[in-house]
Design a protein around this ligand. Structure first.
Ligand SMILES: Cc1cc2nc3c(=O)[nH]c(=O)nc-3n(C[C@H](O)[C@H](O)[C@H](O)COP(=O)(O)OP(=O)(O)OC[C@H]3O[C@@H](n4cnc5c(N)ncnc54)[C@H](O)[C@@H]3O)c2cc1C
Length: 332
């Protein structure tokens, strides 16, 4: 690991100012992703600003009946919160499907959203990777791309492109729940950003992954009031635990009298960001809750999917996983 300096922040605005003051500085929260990448030589921050002790570990009810989750809330605390378990079970289940108990005790809400891809070529500093070194090429395109993206990749192919997937389980559930992020900058300015628009497409600059400025810190994630209906998170992976998703589904289905009154569906493991399945929702809303509808929704959702050889199987896997998740959601 390269030498770096370290300080612990005690104030949100000062934390952002400390990162702004040192080009190449980074926030560190749980450190479960950043330190790994520093050891691999992928991340090379010159200075770390530790934000883990900031007063951002609360989970509060909002005026409209939603929840504001501080950026320093640990994944294990969020999954165990009774309000999350009761009203946002898709989120609790997604969190518990991720990593291990020890990791979840360290991993923070903000850090989980900003964890970086598990693409083999991104984490191997000896290989070309446009996300690590823009313009160096994408070894995954012609390489072993079994875990790579099948959606949102059309324009990303080529010399400057990237076909990696986003690894977070939590973010998939938050995408289905229409979460928004709150941020702060060194001048004290704050922003609210919809999670749906937060992650940027890898077309031209795969190294830039979100709409966040380098000196901007996530302070909270806000969930709208609970949606009616049943919630389910289904994750398919190579091992039964302690593995990232090949594909995953977060589904909220409001069914009464055998008809779907409303739906929210997002998938993980299929794109550079948690992918909201709008085409599936359009098929589902108002339709009868039966297997023919679920199959049609899955076909619509994966209509534009594209494989790169080793990951071709993911298209059928994603369809089947979505169909099964929708069917299971009716019977939760
Ligand atoms: C072996 C292993 C298995 C795993 N399995 C899974 C899995 O199955 N599913 C899954 O979803 N995850 C999995 N993870 C990833 C884990 O969930 C993440 O490492 C963790 O959530 C990151 O949170 P952190 O607080 O440790 O982030 P850090 O490592 O501290 O930070 C990550 C990044 O976010 C930035 N950052 C952190 N907080 C903020 C903030 N508030 N504002 C702005 N920037 C910020 C940092 O600068 C850094 O770039 C696994 C990790 C490991 C090591």
């Amino acid at each position: 690991m390269r030498p770096f300096t370290y300080e612990r922040a005690l104030d949100m605005r000062e934390a952002a100012a400390a990162v702004a003051a040192r080009p190449g500085a980074k926030f560190i929260a749980g450190g479960t992703n950043l330190l790994d990448l520093m050891k691999l030589g992928v991340e090379r921050p010159v200075h770390l600003v530790d934000i883990s002790r900031l007063p951002l570990a609360g989970i509060d009810e909002t005026e409209d009946g939603g929840l504001r989750i501080g950026a320093q809330v640990r994944n294990s605390a969020l999954a165990a919160d009774p309000r999350v378990r009761r009203s946002y079970p898709v989120l609790a289940r997604a969190l518990l499907a991720g990593a291990s108990g020890q990791l979840r005790n360290k991993a923070s809400t903000g850090g989980n959203l900003l964890q970086r891809t598990r693409c083999f070529y991104f984490t191997n500093a000896a290989m070309p990777c446009n996300k690590r070194t823009p313009g160096s090429g994408c070894a995954a395109l012609e390489g072993f791309n079994r875990i790579h993206a099948i959606l949102g990749v059309d324009r990303a192919i080529g010399e400057r492109g990237c076909i990696c997937t986003h690894p977070s389980d939590m973010a998939v559930a938050m995408m289905a729940l229409d979460a928004t992020l709150e941020t702060i900058r060194p001048d004290g300015g704050t922003r609210r950003l919809a999670l749906d628009g937060f992650y940027t497409a890898p077309d031209e600059r795969p190294d830039l992954e979100t709409a966040l400025h380098a000196d901007e810190m996530i302070t909270a994630v806000v969930l709208p009031p609970p949606l009616p209906g049943r919630q389910l998170y289904l994750k398919v992976r190579d091992r039964a635990s302690y593995a990232f998703a090949l594909v995953s589904v977060a589904a909220v289905l409001d069914v009464s009298d055998g008809r779907i009154r409303g739906s929210r569906v997002a998938m993980g493991g299929v794109a550079h960001k948690p992918w909201r399945m709008v085409a599936a929702e359009q098929v589902l809303d108002g339709a009868e809750a039966n297997d023919a509808t679920f199959a049609a929704a899955a076909d619509a959702a994966l209509r534009d999917a594209q494989g790169f050889g080793h990951n071709d199987f993911k298209i059928e896997l994603a369809k089947r996983t979505l169909r099964r998740a929708l069917s299971d959601a009716v019977n939760v």
